[in-house]
Write a protein that binds this ligand. Structure first.
Ligand SMILES: CC(C)(COP(=O)(O)OP(=O)(O)OC[C@H]1O[C@@H](n2cnc3c(N)ncnc32)[C@H](O)[C@@H]1OP(=O)(O)O)[C@@H](O)C(=O)NCCC(=O)NCCS
Length: 207
């Protein structure tokens, strides 16, 4: 059945772009590389990442996970970046769902345990949202986290993702159904969260 409105973003809008490197102060978001396998394995060995992302990872699965991102870019179904600094991979951020026709995406992130406490996720999220709105042309980016995950709620707030409500029993986790907080940022929202990060921003990690 034909749509009565044209797609907000035409098919091909993303696939015809190269996947960019995105600067975020001393951090950088860059496409995954085959050599990042060990970092992906380290990530999914962390109980918190396994808990909130609901998956484990073998070495072969880490290879496949890395290989899948260029295909998802070409098919315009998702996009994944490694968050890096001079020391190597610190985490991941991705558009885990993408609907170009609605100019809408959902974002996902994790930070390696050894890198936490430096507001890496909010800074990466701010950089990714800026690119999505200004270059890709998205209108809305959503972020959902379990109500039992307050760190992710702070990440959303820091990156100016407005809390829109609670989706009851929406997240299926190992310990059962979780209520999920929905946050979103629109291209037209003022950037009232953390400003674009300055080089050298660093907080003392929590003990
Ligand atoms: C959520 C996560 C990405 C944040 O990593 P990060 O960028 O290093 O974030 P930080 O440790 O600097 O903390 C960010 C904010 O959350 C707060 N925070 C961290 N842990 C917290 C906790 N257990 N309870 C409450 N607040 C917490 C910090 O104080 C900080 O708030 P502030 O900016 O107001 O000071 C990281 O903890 C992680 O990877 N967790 C496991 C996977 C996950 O939860 N992914 C998201 C799924 S929706």
């Amino acid at each position: 059945m034909p749509r009565t409105t044209p797609p907000a973003l035409a098919p091909g809008t993303m696939a015809r772009l190269p996947q960019p490197d995105l600067p975020a102060g001393e951090l950088r978001l860059r496409p995954w590389r085959p050599g990042d396998r060990a970092a992906v394995l380290t990530g999914y060995a962390d109980p918190a990442i396994r808990r909130w992302h609901c998956r484990s990872m073998t070495d072969d699965e880490a290879r496949d996970w890395i290989h899948t991102w260029p295909r998802r870019w070409q098919h315009e179904t998702g996009a994944g970046w490694a968050i890096v600094d001079d020391s190597g991979v610190l985490g991941q951020i991705s558009l885990r769902r993408l609907a170009l026709a609605d100019a809408l995406a959902e974002v996902s992130y994790w930070v390696l345990p050894t890198a936490r406490g430096r507001r890496i996720a909010p800074r990466a999220l701010t950089a990714l949202a800026t690119w999505c709105f200004t270059t890709l042309g998205l209108h809305r980016i959503e972020l959902a986290h379990s109500t039992a995950n307050p760190a992710s709620c702070r990440v959303a707030q820091r990156a100016a993702f407005t809390a829109e409500g609670t989706k009851r029993g929406e997240g299926w986790h190992a310990d059962g159904w979780h209520d999920m907080h929905l946050h979103a940022r629109l291209a037209t929202d003022p950037p009232t969260g953390d400003p674009v990060p300055q080089p050298g921003h660093r907080r003392r990690p929590r003990t």
